[in-house]
Design a protein around this ligand. Structure first.
Ligand code: GDP
Ligand code: IMO
Ligand code: MG
Length: 479
């Protein structure tokens, strides 16, 4: 283990106008905001911060598994399906075709935000977005129960193995049906009751049979209380209610966005979940079911890839993860590690915005972030929650991996991660009123050294440093 207190600058060339976001530069381009770790990096805060510079904010993936917190004037808002840009009046807020929409959840979210005075008149939903139906949530739950039981059988300890640890919002089963095609329902389908009725009759029959089989496969002590049986008429009645509330917002949002791109308007693409949870590029199988990365943004919004001009990668100053799967830098091995994790969790409010689950906490994994930077084509990075590390005597950071005694590049694979040993460097901690800093020079020198170390390792310019949840607690580097 080496000790580093370097303050040298980045090795990567800064992007044009990095950190300054002039409106002219953004015109006709889309900016992707994407998480570089396992989610909850602070995407919501940054989307809210950047929305005034854009004409529309679009969610392109995921569903109510996401939880984006935004603090405005001390008031905390939690966004799950609705783009965080909704909090700025007059901006188009679009739920894109790549999202899976739970209509009942969405109506609840609309009502809660409306009750707090948020204007919903600019919200639009893609007719091609898929609907999370009741059977998707049931299947998510049944599969997680089965995985727990079956993994326990494999490990032989009877204690229960490791399920994926999903949010049980029906995300995986809904995306699976999207790809199955015949058993899927899209938002546009809700608008034609007669056609919907015959479709739902067919699907209800299939789901009653397939989910019934999953239910029967569970030992009785592990089963949910009620066997899943779907009455098509009951489901159609819910769909009709959803259509009454949401129908006027549903349309071809891709057509609208294409027009905006051609008119030179600027679009903010709000990623949900994060790179290491991507279904292709994350720590499979402990991932979500959508294309979370910037590569998925054009397809999930329905705009050409050339319209994406910038990719802003969001990372925390440490690591967190919710749910199952490997996390090499997790603070878990010793009592002291767990106490430190607890300290960070409490300071950083590291509890799931969606499920309330305590987040697993670890040191920053720079090779993992570097991988995410390269994969997403990140043009600049925002380092979030730096203030949470304030007051620690030492900070550790993973700067490389060793496999079979040799240096190895990060691989987003659960099997690889279980064989790889993280190599840590130890840095001097920092103290002082970090959350009050508004320029880099107001940060303690050890905190600046930490930012420089991040730049050197991840290979992208740090354009934003966040030192608190509020919009004002933001440092624009280079200004
Ligand atoms: P998201 O899913 O990426 O939008 O992130 P979440 O909202 O789930 O989690 C990030 C949490 O950190 C939220 O509670 C934010 O209010 C909070 N947050 C964002 N930036 C900062 C920061 O710089 N410092 C602190 N202390 N909290 C922050
Ligand atoms: P935001 O947008 C953190 C995790 C779940 C689980 C795995 C699969 O707030 O950063 P799923 O329900 O999607 O099938 O669960 O992915 N997960 C997230 N973790 N932040 C998120 O979103 C997440 N979205 C999904 O905890 O491990
Ligand atoms: Mg979150």
């Amino acid at each position: 283990m080496t000790t580093t207190t370097s303050t040298s600058g980045p090795t990567s060339a800064p992007m044009p106008n990095a950190g300054s976001f002039p409106r002219a530069f953004l015109q006709g381009r889309a900016t992707v905001v994407v998480g570089l770790q396992w989610g909850d990096e602070g995407k919501g805060k940054i989307v809210h911060y950047l929305t005034p510079l854009h004409d529309a904010v679009v969610r392109y993936n995921g569903g109510a598994n996401a939880g984006h917190s935004v603090v405005v004037g001390g008031e905390r808002f939690a966004l799950h399906l609705i783009p965080s840009g909704i909090l700025h009046k007059g901006k188009r807020a679009i739920i894109g075709n790549g999202v899976v929409v739970d209509p009942a959840w969405l109506i609840g979210e609309i009502d809660k935000l409306s009750a707090r005075g948020v204007d919903m008149s600019n919200l639009r939903i893609s007719s091609r977005a898929h609907v999370v139906m009741p059977w998707h949530k049931d299947e998510d739950d049944l599969r997680e129960r089965l995985l727990r039981v079956e993994s326990a059988a494999v490990t032989g300890d009877g204690k229960g193995g490791e399920p994926i640890g999903t949010t049980k919002r029906g995300i995986g089963p809904c995306y699976a049906d999207k790809h199955q095609r015949a058993t899927a329902v899209r938002m546009g389908d809700l608008l034609d009751e007669a056609a919907l009725r015959s479709k739902v009759r067919m699907i209800a029959k299939i789901k009653t049979a397939t989910l019934g089989a999953l239910f029967d496969a569970l030992p009785s002590a592990e089963r949910p209380e009620v066997r899943p049986v779907y009455d098509a008429e009951v489901v159609v009645r819910s769909c009709v209610e959803w259509a009454k509330r949401l129908g006027a917002m549903v349309g071809d949002t891709s057509v609208e966005l294409l027009r905006m791109v051609e008119e030179g308007k600027s679009i903010l693409l709000e990623g949900a979940n994060a790179t290491l949870l991507d279904v292709d590029h994350g720590t499979y199988p402990f991932v979500t079911s959508s294309s979370t990365v910037a590569l998925g943004a054009p397809t999930g919004a329905g705009i050409p890839m050339q319209s994406v001009g910038r990719v802003l990668g969001i990372m925390k100053a440490y690591s967190t993860r919710v749910g199952g799967g490997p996390m090499a830098t997790e603070l878990i091995a010793t009592e002291a590690d767990r106490a430190l994790a607890h300290h960070i969790r409490e300071r950083g409010r590291e509890y799931g915005t969606t499920t309330g689950r305590p987040r697993r906490v670890g040191w920053l994994d720079l090779p993992a972030v570097r991988y995410a930077v390269r994969l997403n084509g990140v043009t600049e990075v925002a380092v979030m929650l730096l203030d949470v590390l304030e007051g620690m005597q030492q900070i550790r950071v993973c700067t490389g991996y060793t496999v079979n005694g040799k240096p190895a590049e990060f691989e987003p694979d659960a099997g690889w991660m279980s064989r790889a040993t993280p190599n840590f460097e130890t840095l001097e901690g920092f103290s002082g009123e970090v959350s009050k800093a508004r320029t880099l020079s107001e940060l303690p020198k050890e905190a600046r050294a930490y930012i420089s170390l991040i730049e050197r390792h991840v290979g992208a310019k740090v354009a934003i440093v966040s030192v608190g949840p509020d919009k004002d607690q933001t440092i624009r580097v280079g200004e």
